[in-house]
Design a protein around this ligand. Structure first.
Ligand code: CDP
Length: 253
């Protein structure tokens, strides 16, 4: 088999050239990083779980008419996605205060916010993804006013969808991050949800116990990350309860 061309390797994923123009293979690694890669570990099975969970969320979003880059899952660790021009922003939606918002504004973690709050960070690891305003985004030309309207509407639709899906299985969606990308259809360009949606990029708390079921388990040394992600996958029916060991890193290409 011909060797695939690697396009990009990030902290948690590798992107390969896809089989057709305009497609990309997104490979989920087991690498976990936090605090802008100051803390690192390899967590067996994380990539398999995130591949499945991202497939689940992106497919659901597609079904309610929210456009995403997801085409199909290829194997345990890989999915075929549309290639996009990534908008250099991390779009964060918060329903409850946590993490940097709690630190920055002195609001106790877990406080419900008066309404969902959308924040933008400039995607630049060297700078630690700094928080920016719409003024910065417009002035530096990272996105147009039309793009910002579309991004806000996508972010809020994703929030409503994910909040509902999680609530149904007893999980509170505290906050999450998405990335969006530009695709061109003839003369038209539009924005679609790209990258991944997984417990690596969400805060998920059990509604009853408050137990954390997301990457904070790794950031704050709260136990097994794969157990937490497996719990989310099992509650959502993405992984059967009795199928232990399915998250072991079997590479099927
Ligand atoms: O995660 P941290 O406390 O550093 O930052 P935050 O601004 O409180 O993060 C808000 C949400 O966005 C959390 O669910 C993070 O997991 C997610 N996020 C992410 O996925 N990637 C980033 N580079 C920053 C935040």
């Amino acid at each position: 088999m011909a060797r695939r061309k690697k396009i990009y390797e990030g902290k948690a994923k590798i992107l390969y050239e896809g089989p057709e123009p305009g497609t990309i293979v997104q490979h989920f690694k087991d690498d976990a990083t936090a605090f802008n890669a100051e803390k690192k570990a390899v967590i067996e099975g994380k990539g398999v779980l995130n591949n499945r969970l991202s497939e689940f969320f992106m497919t659901g979003l597609g079904q309610i008419g929210v456009p995403t880059h997801f085409i199909k899952r290829l194997n345990m660790r890989e999915q075929l996605v549309r290639s996009v021009e990534i908008v250099p922003l991390e779009i964060i939606v918060r329903n409850y205060a946590a993490g940097t918002m709690s630190k920055r504004l002195g609001i106790e973690e877990g406080t419900q916010l008066p309404r969902p709050i959308v924040e933008y960070c400039y995607k630049d690891d060297k700078l630690g993804d700094p928080l920016v305003t719409e003024e910065h985004i417009a002035a530096f030309g990272w996105a147009s006013q039309q793009d910002m309207d579309d991004i806000l509407s996508l972010a809020l639709r994703v929030n409503d969808f994910l909040s509902g899906v999680m609530l149904a299985v007893g999980i509170r969606l505290v906050d999450f991050k998405i990335e969006v990308g530009r695709v061109y259809d003839g003369d038209f360009q539009r924005l679609i949800v790209a990258d991944e949606i997984s417990p690596d990029s969400c805060r998920l708390w059990d509604i009853e116990t408050g137990q954390k079921l997301d990457k904070d388990v790794f950031r704050r040394d709260l136990g097994s990350l794969t157990d937490a992600y497996t719990e989310v996958a099992q509650r959502l029916g993405v992984m059967p309860r009795n199928q232990q060991g399915v998250t072991k890193p079997t590479l099927i290409n």
